[in-house]
Design a protein. Sequence first.
Length: 396
Amino acid sequence: MTFRQVLFWLHLATGLVCGAIVALLCFTGTLLAYEKELVAHFERDARQVALPAENTPRLPLAELQRRAREAHPDLSFASMVIARDPQAAVAFVSGRTGTVYVNPYTGELRRPRSDSAARFMQTMVALHRWLGFTGEKSRPLGKLVTGAANLAFAGLAVTGLILWWPRSFSWRAFRPAIWFTQNSTGRARDWNWHNTVGFWSAPVLITLTLTALPISFRWAAELTYTLTGTPLPATGPQSSGAPPSAATVPLPPADARPVSRDLLLATANAQIPGWQTITFRLSPNADPAKPQPASLTIRESDTWPRTATTTLQLNPFTGELLRRDGYTDLSAARKVRAWSRFLHTGEALGLAGQFVAGLACLGGCFLVYTGFALSWRRFFGRKDPSASSPVAERAG
């Protein structure tokens, strides 16, 4: 048996074993490529407010927070998101579907007329990450299965490219392997679709699968530190989204009171005038003897990578800047994680990257379908007259 034959049977067996889960990952990945944009579109009735009369002041942030808490005492808000867009409501976030929006000019509380889009996307996330398993005991198992299927998919994409490579360097050999042929049916059609979709989507799928490994496996996350020569933190590998260590707040006088969040917002505006969104962490100071800094995560429109953020830690009693952490302050490993985390969804390259990632995932669905179809025809189908053609012979 030749090396190519061994590779073919390995490719076929792996596809049959993992194909169903791979198809699920590709289907959910196609939808999740535009998760934030889709949810924002369907919730625009709550997220967007009418512009008031000119020079109408915004209500204090503390007042907006008070109204949100009084209206929803059952929700524990972890953060408050303020957008530079004057028509954007202030968002108080509690989990993935517990967000409350408040009109910054009137204090009116707003919830989307329907949270179906957010709940649907939450289901897609659960399927994509954990096969829909719930609970602390079941989720690790689901994560292990999806991680293994993702690793197998990377192998399928690599071996598929090797098997795709024509034996002869001629346009006649390359043409049916890189574009769709007309009037082909049966096995020849499935082969053509499988090879053409695989040729165009495999490079992207390899990127998507490899960038998912640090999310799925601790060893892959640690490998990022090893390859970049970065010492592994005592707490284990950290993603780019991990909050920086807390700055030390000078112990204030006994009668000191925290400054308003509006003052903190003004400090952030002075530090980063080009901000687009500012996220306040709303965790309370549990120990008065060890006050925690006010943490603000800021996103700008012209940063690179596009998903990079800057975190400001301010003295909650004076508004003074204590510490500033941005992408350039990250270790080499966390910079790699910053790229890999959002290359996995395409967000690192903006809307165009998300489109390419979503299209490649859709292509992955077709690869599973055509792969199963070719396997069925090989093992159970009647002999196809087209199988005698050179095109069908190359199917294996």
